[in-house]
Ligand binder design. Structure first.
Ligand code: PLP
Length: 370
């Protein structure tokens, strides 16, 4: 049961075990519960190694990670940052928190991620950066994004919050742009409860982010504050969970891909259902297994399918609502691909522990008469 007690099959559940408990006990026995303590650096080192990058800076959340990345790159008031409209609201909020303007870009049908063909026409002299989001575990088309970014001298920040372990042309996400942000919220591929990480190969950015994360303390004198920083630190308790989760991360990615394969086999020939994207360049890690429902061919709307599953104790949810239509950001734009995806998309239960019988239960529920 979920904390709400409503669903016998929740959308996602964290997978926690003996190692997590042992590391947490260590925090309690040692008294290292704040951000001083050995787990933070150990988790950073392990995660940087996993991504194949040289620096990692652990943070209080994925949103804080994005915010630090933008600040370290010098993004601020008067600047514009290109973001996909189809993403979680935090991607754009992090931009707004710097005083810059998020500029919303339509999705590419083939990958559901930011459309590289739409970038150039949105670029102005104020554009400073682009944030490709590896949506639902599917990498964005990085080479084409990097090429446009290089031509216009834009920084590239990957929002990899949903894509730990995904690969673009064989290379792990996180090392593809200037800097990348990850989230370890409870529903993500690994979790620290709340938490995040920025990774980069650039030592200058890593140092700026370390300073900004810790109240803007000078590295030489902790009681001197040359810049106005934040408390965006990760605690030793969160990092204890994170380090334990690193032992499972490959297992989690394998489980997500197994679940995707099972859903894919069962749903591939159902009229009106479209399986998640799988572009040729991508190794999708299927954070949330999400499909499209065409009501004319399927015989029910996406919302109808969500309620049917809910009534059977199965948690499903519509995919993200485009940010250009959110009350805080409404721009009056028409971004038709994202709008159509958002109208038809549904995320299905995707917990790593789901077995064949539970997956079969979801499939039968999808196919059952309303
Ligand atoms: C989860 C998520 C975030 C924010 O992460 P928090 O840890 O909840 O702050 C940012 N971007 C995307 C795409 C996400 O899915």
């Amino acid at each position: 049961m979920t904390p709400e007690g409503r669903f016998s099959l929740p959308l996602t559940e964290p997978s926690l075990g003996a190692d997590e408990l042992r590391y947490l006990s260590d925090c309690i026995q040692s008294g290292w519960v704040s951000s001083a303590g050995p787990f933070v650096q150990a988790f950073e080192t392990a995660f940087a190694g996993f991504c194949g990058v040289s620096h990692a800076v652990a943070t209080a959340s994925g949103t804080a990670a994005l915010h630090l990345a933008l600040l370290a790159l010098g993004v601020g008031p008067g600047d514009e940052v290109l973001v996909p409209t189809l993403t979680f609201v935090a991607t754009a909020n992090a931009v707004s928190h710097t005083g810059a303007l998020p500029v919303f870009i339509d999705s590419e049908r083939n990958s559901w991620t930011i459309d590289p063909d739409q970038l150039e026409k949105a670029i102005t002299p104020r554009t400073k950066a682009v944030i490709p989001v590896h949506l639902y575990g599917h990498p964005a088309e990085m080479d084409r994004i990097l090429e446009v970014a290089a031509r216009h001298q834009l920084a590239v920040i990957e929002d990899a919050s949903e894509a730990h372990g995904a690969r673009y042309k064989g290379k792990r996400v996180g090392g593809l742009g200037d800097v990348a942000a990850f989230s370890f919220y409870g529903s993500k591929i690994i979790t620290t409860g709340e938490g995040g990480m920025v990774v980069t190969d650039r030592a200058d950015l890593a140092e700026k982010m370390q300073v900004l994360r810790d109240h803007g303390r000078s590295r030489e004198n902790r009681y001197e504050h040359p810049v106005r920083g934040f408390n965006y630190r990760m605690s030793n308790v969160q990092a204890a969970l994170g380090l334990a989760q690193m032992k499972r991360i490959d297992e989690h990615v394998t489980a997500k891909r197994r679940i995707a394969q099972a859903y894919g086999q069962a749903l591939c020939n159902i009229p009106g259902l479209t399986l998640p994207p799988q572009a040729t360049w991508a190794e999708n890690v299927y954070w949330l297994y999400s499909i499209l429902v065409d009501k004319r061919l399927f015989g029910a709307t996406r919302d109808g399918l969500v309620s049917k599953l809910w009534n059977l104790g199965i948690e499903a949810r519509p995919i993200f609502f485009p940010l250009h239509r959110q009350p805080i950001y409404q721009t009056g734009q028409s971004l038709p691909v994202a709008e159509q995806l958002a109208e038809q998309g549904i995320s299905l239960p995707s917990s790593t522990r789901l077995g064949d019988q539970e997956l079969e239960r979801v499939v039968q529920a999808i196919l059952s008469p309303a």
